[in-house]
Ligand binder design. Sequence first.
Ligand code: UDP
Length: 476
Amino acid sequence: MDQNKLHVAIISSPGMGHLVPVYLLANRLATHHHVRITILAVTTQTSPAESQLLGSLADLDHINLIKIPSPDISNLLDPDDTMVTRLAVIMREAKNNIRSAISTMSSRPHALIGDLFSSESLPIANEFHMRKYVYVPCLARFAALTMHVHVFDKEVKGQYVDLVEPLRVPGCVPVRGQDVPDPMLDRNNREYNEYVKMGINFTTLSDGVLVNTWRDLDCTSLDALKYNETLKSVVKVPVYDIGPLTRLADPAGSNDSKVIEWLDMQPVESVIFISFGSGGTPSAEQIAELAWGLELSRQRFVWVIRSPAGSAKDGTFFTSGSDSPNGPPDFLPEGFLNRTGTQGLIVPLWAPQVTILNHKSIGGFLTHCGLNSIYESIRGGVPMIAWPLYAEQRLNASLLTEELQVAIRPAVQPAEEVVGREEIEKMVRSLMEGEDGKRMREKVKLLRESANHALMINGSSYKSMCEFITCCQNNN
Ligand code: UDP
């Protein structure tokens, strides 16, 4: 490795949802901006996917990986603490291990980037004369809300979800109480306090915040973060829009030839893809309504199905296209697989999503609105049905439906109420064969162009990344 290059260390908290965005940022910096990268990955290695990704990162020439074992936090948690609280505690307790990993590095990095949960480690950078940044792999509206929530904490009484008026972050699009991210749903929960603290840390402990978005996507909130005087008095550091950083291909060996062969035989833009991300599992009742809705719509589909909570968790419960020898899972309507045998394809557990979304036969995506899924859909030019389930997905859905108009959304919150078959049928038809769907398809294709431009040399995100790099270099 070239010892004179700018060297940046990036801390990743445990879990695929954190390691993947950190890897995408690392890869972008290394391959497009010739930055030397070390990933400091705090890892519990509890998931095979995470262990596999860490294994492949260790083999890369352009990225150096240091694994930091997760500390024992068993005495510091209550049984009902949420994942947000767990991660906050893990990363707080991992600070000393992160410090010793940095202190023993033969070539000291010039800058330290912490992911969402790593902000408490940023003061370590001061000890080693490094610059320090936060990476928020989310929309600008989420970043703005997170950094502003401590102001709401002082000014707003009661639960945010009960508010009649939306929350107004200065200069940003108002956020309805029911669309706030999960940690804001209950102000009495420990995770809320962790979230408030996190937002304060972003602006008080860092020299800047990198956000995985681009100029034309979430421009109102991004402009506010960059230029709104009132918001700038809270967000005191520069904000860099450097996205969309997202996967452009599925990992080698993950392609499911059966799905692709089936898609190859379907007309252009005629198939809706349905998937709820890496962990989303609607209830059994909701899965049944979804099945009815799809069947009634008579539209072609590819549907990634997992067992709803509480049922058998293996993927052998059925075979695609026909009821299995053991019978279909009981959460699908009787005879569904036989009746929809030529209309659609069921994929148990996991599908090569990026490949599917870029297939010419795909014309719509029913998504849980995880940011990766959204970006993959936009980059495939595919309009969406927004079906937010958890985390900050309701906030993401509001951007897609109300501002960008590249998605439609059920009238109720899918995580709280069952969306009925008639509404599903109507949404699927409207997306796949209605005038609304056509308009959304045109808009999402324009958005795809703008994403491509943002990342090109002299594009807005490319330039923003260059500004960030210049700030790191000025520290040398
Ligand atoms: N994914 C996939 N196949 C599946 C389900 C998910 O490849 O069957 C990938 C998807 O392409 C995306 C990631 O898993 O890159 C999910 O990330 P997202 O941010 O959308 O949601 P999360 O799983 O973090 O809630």
